[in-house]
Design a protein around this ligand. Structure first.
Ligand code: ZN
Length: 228
């Protein structure tokens, strides 16, 4: 019988690629998206579009109102989205976001008997978020074993992070080879309601450089020209 996997799907480039990789590995995929109070709801539309295009077995959009907690430029409009290149962990870091998301994925995986959870975190071309690093993924794997009935009974769910050590260009090449339509992904931290990217934020910058390095045309729709 085909094993199933829960795939975290944000609507961005990385998670769309991660979903394509999970499918290629033979999993029956269920996508999980969070409406967490992020600046751009167009992200959720991009996630729906990817879920549809990649023919997932199911797609859940869960409401987790992290805006009520705040502490991030992505959920609190009073905090400005920083320009790229600043030192340290940027203001776009969302407190404990991947722990919150993975905990929901773990609950769904255990309830449904899924064999694996896929997350598209990446520790090379990224913004320095602590919960995107290999040591974080390794720690969460250990947590999954001790925190769940399935883990205690020896049927541990695996946590897969297939993009963790890949560059943005490698991710884009891998996804393109698997037929991912990147025009229907959204990476911008402050896209408008029509899904147009700002072309200025760190996420736009990493994405633009990734397409350039991959030698693949960037299909991103920008609302103003990218910086030269
Ligand atoms: Zn942007």
């Amino acid at each position: 019988m085909q094993e199933s996997a829960i795939v975290l799907l944000s609507g961005g480039l990385d998670s769309a690629t991660c979903l394509a990789i999970a499918r290629q590995r033979g999993y029956r995929c269920h996508a999980l998206t969070f409406d967490y109070g992020q600046r751009s709801l167009a992200e959720i539309e991009a996630a729906r579009s990817q879920a549809l295009a990649q023919r997932v077995a199911g797609h859940r959009v869960l409401q987790v109102p992290l805006g009520e907690i705040g502490g991030s430029a992505l959920t609190d409009h009073a905090i400005e989205v920083p320009s790229p290149g600043k030192e340290g962990i940027p203001a776009t870091y969302v407190p404990a976001r991947n722990t919150i998301f993975l905990s929901h994925a773990l609950a769904w995986a255990e309830a449904d008997g899924a064999a694996a959870i896929f997350i598209g975190v990446n520790a090379l071309d990224y913004s320095g978020y602590p919960d995107c690093r290999p040591e974080y993924i390794e720690a969460f794997r250990r947590l999954m074993q001790v925190a769940t009935k399935s883990g205690v009974e020896g049927r541990a769910i695996t946590l897969e992070a297939p993009l963790i050590d890949r560059s943005k260009a490698e991710i884009i090449r891998a996804g393109s080879a698997l037929g991912v339509d990147y025009a229907n992904t959204l990476s911008c931290y402050q896209a408008d309601s029509a899904g147009l990217a700002c072309g200025q934020c760190e996420s736009c910058e990493l994405r633009r450089q990734g397409f350039a390095a991959a030698g693949i045309e960037d299909p991103t729709r920008y609302r103003r020209p990218a910086k030269s």
